[in-house]
Design a protein around this ligand. Sequence first.
Ligand code: BGC
Length: 747
Amino acid sequence: MTIDISQLTLEQKASLLSGKDFWSTKSIDEAGIPAIVLTDGPHGVRRQAEDDDHLGINTSLPSTCFPPAVAVGSSWDRDLAARVGAAVGREARAFGVSVILGPGVNIKRSPLCGRNFEYYSEDPYLSGVLGAAHVTGLQGTGVGASIKHFAANNQETERMRISADIDERTLREIYLPAFERVVTEARPATVMCSYNKINDVYASHNRWLLTDVLRTDWGFEGAVVSDWGAVSDRVAGVAAGMDLEMPGSGGATDRQIVDAVRAGKLDEQLVEQAVERVLALTRLPHDATGEFDTDDHHALAREVAADSIVLLKNDDEVLPLRENTSVAVIGAFAAQPRFQGGGSSHLNPTRVDAALDAIRDQAQALGVTVEYCEGFTIAVSDRGERLRDEAVQASGRADIAVVFAGLGDRQESEGFDRDTLALPDDQIQLIRAVAATAARTVVVLSNGGVVSLEGWHDGVDAIVEGWLLGQAGGSALADVLFGHVNPSGHLAETIPLRLQDNPSWLNFPGEQGHVRYGEGVFVGYRYYTSANTPVRYPFGHGLSYTTFSTDALVPRATGDTTADVEVTVTNTGNRTGKHVVQLYVASAATTVRRPVRELRAFTKVELRPGQSTTVHFTLNRRSFAHWDNDFGGWVVPGGTYSIQVGANASEVLLDEPITLTGDAIPHRLTLNSTVGDWFGHPVVGPLLTQGMSAAMTDAQVLQAQDNPDLMKMVESMPMRQFITFTQGAIPVETLEQLMALSTETDS
Ligand code: BGC
């Protein structure tokens, strides 16, 4: 039904721009406008039947807890991300939810961020591709997505009022592209603005962000929803493009909107625009429809979890576990899995698989015996020494010890950041003691943010990074430990040697209301590779039970700023496995300092032993571009680029050059351009040289040639000063003509 909004009173219109309660919008029955429900998200449906709250405290109706983004990020698998989105959509339909709040595509700037478990990666391309796939899958079911938290919400400390101070190039290259990709490729129904300020302006009334970038540059046509309680100035928000305030304000902010319109301070048309966008949301399906198959969804959660596990280390092929051996399973996380993070995304799962049960089940068929010891308690306890001793004794009796370590709910969550990467001390001591006794030691980690492996890494034989894997994670870990699934996850974030090595270290989490993104575009691996700083495991790292080779890398320019790439991958081992082909682009052709290499494409392929396949990539102009603050846009400089296939961000396997013509960018000259810029200008330079030589005496020419240092100084002088110092060596009219010529001319 089409609603004629001119029939609505100003009060009614304003009322549509904020929620009725925590999770629903207001209806206007006489106008045929229904209410809809928006709820968390992202990796499942958190539908609270009663006692609403947005902190994950009150229980919600059971729904499948799929692996959170930290896991899906490590899968590097867009199809899996899309299937998770679709499954979440089916559950949302069954609950009558119209909009799911997620996924989150913020960049993991610091490994300390308490909410990193809800984000995919430190890389904007990987985050954007997976986020777009999830949204496409979700919205294919009719349910709307709310991509969040827009933008630059990269920490929990002071998240509701901190100003993220970031230069435009860094925003455009690092913190915005994942949102941009999701908006342009997957067209989410809504974008959720974040709590924080960006360069001193709250996201919830940041016109540059919500209108200039989001709508004008990217063509977003949906509604902007506030993060829960993010509105600081409702009237400025409407003017900036912030359509729906959530949750409701009990009518207070609706009245502010009405008053502002009546006082001539807010254009009613802007209110109507926002109303139209909210009305579009009410056309999303909102009646509870269909049922979801909890078994099917659990099986999907297990498949995704297994493909997200990252095998970090596997000395002497200690994994997979062998038949007819004895295994000591140690560590409380084996029996009490940590599979999701704390806060607004906390779900009530339909069931939970513990790794210990799954290991016992799978062990039987292989003649493996299992002994379990708790080893430590997740909550603080004083039984540490006794539990450790028991575990050490069990390790001594077994062929192999598998220690389940990790972070508990108290150590990381939405709402606060960590201040250390270390595992709890009792767990470190346990791992060291077991490793000193056991014939072989495997460590399995459960953690939402990166933990340090230092102090015990070298003493163990294998490390399995299990992140938070959702409700079926326990079975998925057993699948990988026994080799029923060949691990294929790769790190979506770097594991540093020291926290201090992280590029945000000196500027995280900020002070006095500001966090300065001083590292600029050098976030994560972009910094480590550029500064040649050693890391424990680089972005992109991940082992398999088989081996792969990549060869025949052939890049081919397909235009001035685009290219196609082909490369062949072969499974050279003796098990079927999945391999991620990671394509990086590096460039020296630039006027700005760029990271050593940047991920520009990837794909995951499954190959049988001996099988080969050729994969094709298309690199568009953004694969080669940087954001140019002077030009105010994306620029592809002409020159040579390296197309690289990496085993990870630090290890280049293949490297082929490609030459691109680049963009024809007008080099606009002003009086502030340096003398060097003027003489170096492709069109103006030769004219100027000609004119100057004609005007100079032979003696002046010789003097200039004999004095290179003086020439260097002159070159760096703005033309304005040069004219003053030389008392008008070049007439002002000539300069004006040349300036006009410079803007018209493409180089
Ligand atoms: C979180 C959002 C969430 C919302 C509703 C906020 O505190 O930042 O991610 O969607 O609450 O629960």
